[in-house]
Design a protein around this ligand. Structure first.
Ligand SMILES: [Zn+2]
Length: 295
């Protein structure tokens, strides 16, 4: 089946009291997993985090701002980090990509157990140089619930969230995505409708795997309402690393670290945490005054 392009779609109810968003992230989660060689539960956790960051970014970023979402748990995955800009470009990694756990109930990947107990931390890096950080304790470690708890606490806006990643037996990502509904002040009368439709909605990973249009997810979340202001844009895995940044990082290692490398080596290998790209940075041979001896 032809795979639909990754995108984020948003709309609101005609009365302006419901804000809805849906993301298709299948290709970018597959790309993230391939870059980092993640095992299935790590692919699922990273994919949910990347999708969650994109939705938070869409809600709150304008211009050259960035948002970083960190899931920091005491489980085997360690930390899961996702970072995005206001244009839907996201990158991320998991500190322990090779984690295997028995499946959770219903045959689902045990993301909550793999993350364990901990915190969800969100930082916004604004164009004026200010960084705003807020955090909530992880509720379940399943990411969707944790993101809803974060939005309830930080923005004081009741929110419902769905996030999911479906893998084939081979480990390939066949469906990934998310949705978000927020009930703005005065919109409490929509609460029952949203609770009902969210409960009836199949897992978003399945909808994406089946090729359901991203905008269709919004319609299914608010079936009896007229949605207006529909807009969409592409989302993708994109890193900001470069050879220039890698050179700077190596320069900051200092001469002592470089001296420890074998003398026949004229390059130092460094990897970008976020995308796992490898850089071979050329270095000068360590210069020592002739005749000087090391003690
Ligand atoms: Zn990178």
């Amino acid at each position: 089946m032809h795979q639909l392009p990754d995108e984020i779609v948003r709309a609101h109810s005609e009365d302006g009291l419901l804000r809805l968003m849906a993301v298709r992230s299948t290709a970018l989660v597959e790309s993230a997993g391939r870059r980092h060689h993640t095992w299935p539960v790590a692919t699922a956790a990273l994919g949910r985090a990347l999708t969650a960051a994109l939705m938070l970014g869409e809600l709150s970023l304008v211009g050259p701002a960035r948002l970083t979402l960190r899931l920091i748990g005491d489980g085997p995955l360690g930390a899961v980090i996702a970072d995005c800009d206001s244009q839907g470009r996201v990158r991320g990694y998991v500190s322990q990509p090779e984690v295997a756990l028995p499946l959770a109930s219903g045959g689902k990947l045990a993301v909550g157990a793999a993350l364990g107990r901990g915190r969800l931390v969100v930082s916004r890096d604004l164009p004026d140089g200010q960084i705003y950080t807020s955090a909530v304790p992880l509720r379940s470690g399943e990411v969707g619930e944790d993101l809803a708890a974060y939005l309830d606490a930080s923005d004081q806006i009741p929110s419902a969230v769905g996030l999911g990643v479906r893998l084939a037996k081979s480990g390939r990502v066949v469906g990934a995505g998310g949705w978000l509904v927020q009930i703005l002040p005065g919109g409490e009368r929509h609460l029952d409708l949203i609770e009902r439709s969210a409960a009836e909605l199949p897992p978003v990973s399945g909808l994406m795997a089946e090729g359901v249009a991203t905008a269709e997810v919004l319609t299914r979340l608010a079936p009896s309402l007229r949605l207006v202001g529909l807009s969409s844009h592409a989302v993708s895995f994109r890193c900001t690393c470069s050879m220039a940044k890698a050179r700077l990082a190596v320069a900051m290692l200092g001469e002592r670290a470089l001296e420890d490398r074998p003398t026949d080596q004229s390059t130092v290998e460094t990897r970008c945490h976020f995308c796992n790209r490898r850089f071979l940075v050329p270095v000068e041979s360590p210069s020592r005054p002739a005749g000087a001896a090391r003690s």
